[in-house]
Design a protein around this ligand. Structure first.
Ligand SMILES: Cc1cc2nc3c(=O)[nH]c(=O)nc-3n(C[C@H](O)[C@H](O)[C@H](O)COP(=O)(O)OP(=O)(O)OC[C@H]3O[C@@H](n4cnc5c(N)ncnc54)[C@H](O)[C@@H]3O)c2cc1C
Length: 539
């Protein structure tokens, strides 16, 4: 049994856990993060990627709205390479309650969110695909944020400052001495080894899974996991975030992201035992498309790329689990105060948008327990990739032999790190994924520097396979690069290729009709007809 000691143990490698690890590292505290799958493989990698202005909450929840706009301003400074400052619109359709438009203007003013009334014609110029019958329009500072880049940037900054990270490692039990938690027992799934880590404070940042970790300490935490599904369209049908101006509901938001757009979302409470493998239901796709068509009628002609869902980590603070008092805000629990269990903290709820603030709150409490007084710096220190604002990719001239668009895409994904990725060796300039312009060099960098352990992780670091072909033309090339730049042998690389295709298949299956079906058949011919992958049995 391997054994390790540290000051603080962070469980969960979503945005919250990654943010906690970075905050600790910036305050000079030794810390270890444990994630059972990959970074951002939980809810962090399964949401809209909306950089909220707060307007979506402004009518009903002023506190969340104010939190969002404050964090929106901070993230635009410290994490701009993860953000597209697209702006957003709220539009009213003829059948919507016209009073909501006025309540939203007031709510935004109360929360300090800039909200500009514009003529419907102006909104149609900004978004030519919008429903032409809109009666009112508002402009707000919404944007988009890439959750994969955000989590990875937090982690690489933390590890650069001495923190440690174990991915694909599951916390199986908390170790405790009477009423004090002293460590965790974990299982490293890749190397099939157990590991014990001891620390003075343990922070539970496992989102929707927080109840399981608490149970291991004999603590009851009521959660109401709520599933939300989203559908992706194969191109950017909208330029800015489009919200329907009414009480948030199903199918009322379009968010552009990288090369695609998505329609969100639904809300369905699901049983706790379905957290690990939630599926998108047919009725959700129907509701999303019907709602989406009202905002952008053209989506009926678009190809659907895939559908996916995430679980909202909703915590019920009281014992009453009927949902009436369920909190959608940030929940910080000092288990010493609440349950008499020492050295144990849970941080859950909130939003991707508020991950930094959640981390700050959890670390303030942890440092209080450690009797350390160091101030939070995460609102000031830029993340790796956002150190210096380079306008576009024009200044990156010295990469001869590589097209501007490839440099631009790499810069878009990794910010300032583009230099590190592309300056290495021209032989790495070869394009592996044409949809997202991912080079062999970027793949090598993801495996060497960004904690990618397999092809599915690689997708989260680079977007390889996320574009219109969904991995059809790049997955087998990526498997080749994987075996060249890591110690993965050919058989294992082939197994990873099968896992990658299975993972893509899960998202394509719910929208399998029309062009998506034709594309899938093409993929099948390549991988089954040409490579015979279906006949291979995994060891
Ligand atoms: C449909 C939907 C849309 C949303 N849209 C937005 C949006 O547009 N903007 C926004 O700001 N927010 C949005 N949210 C909310 C946001 O996604 C979440 O609040 C946020 O991502 C939660 O992050 P987290 O790190 O707390 O949890 P997670 O990302 O779920 O991280 C928890 C991690 O803990 C790991 N874990 C669990 N158990 C163990 C264990 N035993 N050992 C080790 N690791 C473990 C999990 O694998 C997981 O990676 C949305 C949520 C949903 C569901």
């Amino acid at each position: 049994m391997n054994r390790l000691e540290t000051d603080v143990i962070v469980i969960g490698g979503g945005a919250t856990g990654a943010g906690v690890l970075r905050d600790l590292a910036l305050r000079g505290v030794k810390a270890v993060l444990i994630e059972k799958n990959d970074l951002a493989s939980g809810t962090t990698g399964r949401n809209h990627g909306l950089l909220h202005s707060g307007a979506r909450y402004a009518v009903k929840d002023k506190e969340s709205a104010s939190e969002c706009i404050r964090e929106n301003r901070i993230l635009k400074k410290i994490a701009f390479h993860c953000i597209e400052d697209t702006g957003g619109l709220f539009v009213t359709l003829p059948e919507d309650d016209p009073g909501y438009h006025l309540r939203l203007i007031k709510g935004c003013a109360d929360a300090g969110i800039k909200c500009e009334v514009i003529e419907p014609e102006k909104a149609l110029q900004i978004e030519p695909n919008l429903n032409r019958t809109i009666v009112n329009a508002l402009k707000v500072p919404d944007g988009t944020i890439d959750p994969f880049r955000l989590a990875a940037s937090n982690v690489i900054d933390a590890t650069g400052r001495g923190a440690m990270v174990f991915t694909h490692t599951k916390v199986e039990h908390l170790i405790y001495n009477q009423t004090t938690i002293t460590g965790v027992r974990c299982f490293d799934k890749l190397n099939k080894k157990s590991l014990e880590i001891f620390g003075n404070v343990i922070i539970n940042a496992t989102g929707a899974w927080s109840r399981d970790i608490c149970e291991s300490a004999g603590i009851n935490l009521n959660m109401l996991p709520s599933k939300g599904s989203m559908v992706i369209i194969d191109y950017r049908i909208n330029n800015v975030v489009i919200n329907r101006c009414r009480k948030p509901s199903d199918g009322d938001i379009f968010v552009p992201g990288d090369t695609v757009s998505l329609i969100g979302t639904t809300s369905k409470t699901i049983p706790h035992n379905k957290l690990d493998d939630p599926v998108v239901d047919d009725d959700e796709i129907k509701v999303l498309l019907e709602g989406g068509k009202k905002l952008i009628p053209n989506i009926s002609k678009a190809r659907l790329l895939r559908a996916y869902c995430g679980i909202r980590p909703l915590v019920s603070i009281s014992e009453d689990a009927d949902g009436r008092d369920i909190s959608r805000g940030i929940v910080l629990i000092d288990h010493k105060k609440r349950d008499g269990v020492d050295n144990f903290i849970t941080i859950a709820g909130g939003k991707l948008m508020t991950y930094r603030l959640m981390a700050q709150m959890a670390v303030d409490l942890a440092l209080n327990k450690l009797n350390v007084s160091k101030k939070c710096k995460t609102h000031k220190v830029p993340l790796p990739g956002s150190e210096k604002k380079v306008p576009g990719h024009k200044k990156i001239k010295y990469f001869s032999g590589i097209s501007e668009s490839v440099v631009g895409s790499t810069h878009f994904r990794h910010g300032e790190r583009v230099h590190q990725i592309l300056k290495k060796d021209p032989k790495n300039y070869g394009l592996i994924c044409e949809c997202e312009m991912v080079t062999a060099g970027e793949i090598g960098y993801a495996f060497s520097d960004l904690y990618a352990k397999d092809l599915v992780d690689l997708r989260r670091r680079t977007r390889l396979g996320m574009g219109p072909c969904q991995g059809t033309l790049c997955a087998y090339r990526a498997a080749g690069v994987l075996s060249e730049c890591t110690d993965t042998d050919e058989d294992k690389a082939t197994e990873q290729l099968i896992d990658f295709l299975e993972e893509r298949w899960k998202g394509i299956k719910p929208v399998l009709c029309g062009d998506a079906l034709r594309e899938m058949e093409f993929t099948y011919w390549i991988y089954e007809g040409l490579f015979g992958l279906g006949g291979l049995v995994k060891s």
